[in-house]
Every structure is written in structure tokens, then in C-alpha cells.
Design a protein around this ligand. Structure first.
Ligand code: GLP
Length: 241
């Protein structure tokens, strides 16, 4: 796993944007895997700025988000579909029909997870998967203990993850209890992985990621087995390494 050390959140976001833009220029039909949360907001801002300033086009780009909450429709301001629209898709020239997320309001969440996996596999898999990391090492919504060979599936969120995401909902009670997520094997099937980590709050997780054992108890550790994984981490996130 290649490590790129940066000073702070802004530098992480800029370098990540350069990385993604370079890949788009190389392959305008690239399939990008997209994360949500606070971490990629700066990257998305930089992508919008580059689209406006330099005309980088997303017309033929396809996106596959990592996960979605069960029970929320795409119009719900807390849904990841809504997040992607307001923080990225509405500001670039991407064709919305090329943007994919699991449907949180699907009648049968299990069937939806299966269909989402099939969609990804049928597309030939993600070229560049961008990732954030939860404080407990989760990637997407793959919580500690998720089998490394898991495909897209329905997941019960841990209290730790629901607490961490309560900041977006106003209260813990409003955070959904279940989600659909790409599996660990889905994520590992992408050709390239770019993980972004920022802030002291992630420092323990980063040191475990870089120096701890590769184990299902710490999902992000699986990335060390990927042939083309890069992590961009800032000083604060690396403070325990
Ligand atoms: C959520 C998302 C993850 C994300 C994580 C970290 O649980 N499902 O994909 O990586 O939060 O979020 P943040 O970037 O806000 O720390």
C-alpha cells in the first residue's frame, strides 16, 4: 500500500482531486467508486472547481456509491443519494443515469443488495474506488467482523457507527439502523483504491491500518492485500505512526 503524507485536510483534498482528475483524463469513461461522510467533501469541492475552471468533463464517467441507508428515499436530505447530488453531481456535467447507489427505499433490501452487486459486476467492476474510513476501521458500512469475501449486503449498523453519523442527523434516534453496502470483496475487486484519512480522530485507526495485523476485526486492513491501493493521510491522522 502506497502512503502519501500531506499537511492537512485541504492538501489531502487537492492531491486526491489531482489523482482522480488525472485518471478521468486517461479514461473519460472511468467507473469511480464514491464514498460519503465528511472526509470526501473537500475532494468533491475540488472536482467541482476543476470542472468550472478547467472544463474537466464527467459526461461519460460512471459512479457507484459504496452504501446507502435503508429506509431513506433519494429525496431524503439524509440519504447518500441526496448528499451526492448536492455536494457533487448537481455541479458537474455528469449524466445522472450514470450515477448509481443502492436504493434505500427498495421494497426488498436483500434483493436490492443483490441487484446492486450484479450491476457492479455486469459493468466490469469499479476502476478507482475512493474510500474514507470509520474510526473502527469500517469501509463503506462493512463493520468489524465482516468476512473479507463478502459481496454487497444488508448490514446492521453498530452503535459506534450510528453515533459517529448522528452529527448528520441531529440525534442518534434518527440514524437508520440498517444500510446496504458494497461488500469487502466488492471493494477489493476494484482495479485501484484511493483511501483518504484526515484528523486526529482517525489516528488510532490509521496506525492500526498501517501497522496492525490484517484481520476481519479491522476491515480496512484488507487494503494492504490490494495490489494498487494508495492512502492519502494528513499529519494529524498519522500522529500515532
Ligand atoms: C460512514 C460512511 C463511510 C465513511 C465513514 C467515515 O460510515 N458509510 O463510507 O467512510 O462514515 O466518515 P467521515 O468521513 O465523516 O469520518
Amino acid at each position: 500500500m502506497k502512503l502519501i503524507k500531506v499537511a492537512d485536510y485541504n492538501e489531502m483534498s487537492r492531491i486526491a482531486a489531482d489523482y482522480v482528475i488525472e485518471r478521468i483524463h486517461r479514461n473519460p469513461q472511468i467507473k469511480l467508486g464514491m464514498p460519503t461522510g465528511d472526509t470526501p467533501r473537500g475532494l468533491y469541492r475540488e472536482l467541482i472547481a476543476d470542472h468550472e475552471k478547467n472544463g474537466t468533463s464527467f459526461k461519460e464517467v460512471q459512479t457507484f456509491n459504496l452504501d446507502e441507508y435503508i429506509g431513506l428515499s433519494g429525496q431524503d436530505p439524509q440519504s447518500y443519494r441526496y448528499y451526492m447530488d448536492i455536494f457533487l453531481f448537481d455541479h458537474i456535467d455528469i449524466d445522472k443515469k450514470n450515477t448509481h447507489l443502492p436504493k434505500g427505499d427498495a421494497e426488498d433490501a436483500f434483493a436490492e443488495a443483490e441487484a446492486y452487486e450484479k450491476l457492479i459486476q455486469d459493468s466490469g467492476n469499479v476502476d478507482l474506488q475512493i474510500l474514507g474510513m470509520g474510526g473502527n476501521g469500517h469501509i463503506g458500512f462493512n463493520e468489524p467482523g465482516t468476512p473479507f469475501d463478502s459481496m454487497a449486503h444488508v448490514v446492521e449498523l453498530t452503535l459506534a457507527t450510528r453515533n459517529a453519523n448522528a452529527k448528520f442527523f441531529g440525534s442518534l434516534e434518527s440514524v437508520p439502523k440498517r444500510a446496504i453496502t458494497m461488500g469487502i470483496a466488492t471493494i477489493m475487486g476494484s482495479k485501484e483504491i484511493l483511501m483518504l484519512v484526515s484528523g486526529a480522530g482517525k489516528s488510532e485507526a490509521v496506525s492500526r491500518l498501517l501497522e496492525g495485523p490484517i484481520e476481519e476485526a479491522f476491515p480496512a486492513s484488507v487494503l494492504r492485500m490490494h495490489p494498487h491501493a494508495t492512502i492519502i493521510a494528513d499529519k494529524a491522522a498519522l500522529s500515532l505512526c
